[in-house]
Design a protein around this ligand. Sequence first.
Ligand code: GLC
Length: 440
Amino acid sequence: MNCELAAAQEQEVARPDLQWFQDAKLGIFIHWGIYSVRGVGESWSFHNGEITHGEYMKQLDGFTAKHYDPAAWADLIQRSGARYAVITTKHHDGVALWPTRMAPGLPPHASPYAQARSTEHLTPAKRGLIEPLFAELRKRELKCGAYFSLIDWSDHNYPAFTKDSTRYAIKDDPACWQHFRDYYQGQINELAAQLKPDLWWFDGDWEHSAEEWEAAKVRAMILEKNPKAIINGRLQGFGDYATPEQNIPIETPKTPAWELCMTIGSQWGWQPWDTVYKSTHDLIHIFADVIGHGGNLLLDIGPKEDGTIPAGQVTRLEEIGRWSSKHAEAIYGTRAGLPNGHFFGPSTLSPDSTTLYLFLANGMSGSVEIKGLDNKILSAEVVGQPIALKHRVVGKISWSKVPGLVFIDVPKAVADPWMTVLKVKLDGPLKLYRGHGGFE
Ligand code: GLC
């Protein structure tokens, strides 16, 4: 293996506790909250003034969760091939989906709510919704992630409110900020004790510094209760892995672990007009691209207020699951594949880098080309179909150290309707030529 690749692999595991996460590849993100009653933007709709805060909070009265079936959700997540799920326990609107006992809005800024701001106390759902899902996920050996917004725009002790109005500045009222900190950290302690998340997915850290949030203390609190818990990168420098949003990097990121979070349509939560979902074809290609660069895909769904998941979202998850179960060996537990330029498409590698998986765009057939491969190929086959493929090495110049070009022929009949994957066994750990060819 060349130095560049060796360096990339050295970086791969930041904390040993991240190994399950790096092997998992696919997670399902769930944005569920009172915003799905009217189908408005999660929290941002009142923050940006599209609706008043009062109107937004009236959605509490319509949040029923009456068809919520956590076992069916967990089944669907399992069928999708995801190995973990992350659900919003509290978005920036401050409504807790678990039975919190932390009363909001302690003096000096009293809250209009006498009780905890939660689905248990303030909605017809009348209960916590996270624990039953975690229980079902755990029965299926899926890991459980808790999304938690640090921002709480509804809390009267929180400085920011809407984009045009703030309540106070921390420097003018440190006592008030301290009340808020006690509140949100109390909630984190509750979640850690009640739900024992395997993964914490913080959001909204950008509104305050690590010192203001006491990010180091929050991390320590979490790890004290569960030393194996892993934390996403939105805790002002105190997380374990990066969480780029919506946009895929072109080059393999240098960060030790990363996860692309992406909406299935264009919105995180359910909105009635958001029905143009990414196609299964596109989602599978995106997924392959992400894992080819060593990342995970955290694909978001938005259930309705009653707990039903729109049919188009279900279909996509099921189709992704059919494809990923057929190609499981090329996906789970693999590492980032060839750097850009060696093969025109995504690829992954077995952990010992002796097996290379090539993902062919559009169920492509014909000839597949690999450049700069300094290994002998022991065998090439189609994943999920026991068909040995022929390959040939072309243009090898005897006196040059530049490897020849490898062509593998893929007959039409073996093409997968979504994305065909080839398995290429090498004579040892991957060795790549990374030079300038005939320019040298
Ligand atoms: C953004 C948004 C939020 C969403 C999150 C998911 O940070 O603030 O609405 O939940 O992205 O990554």
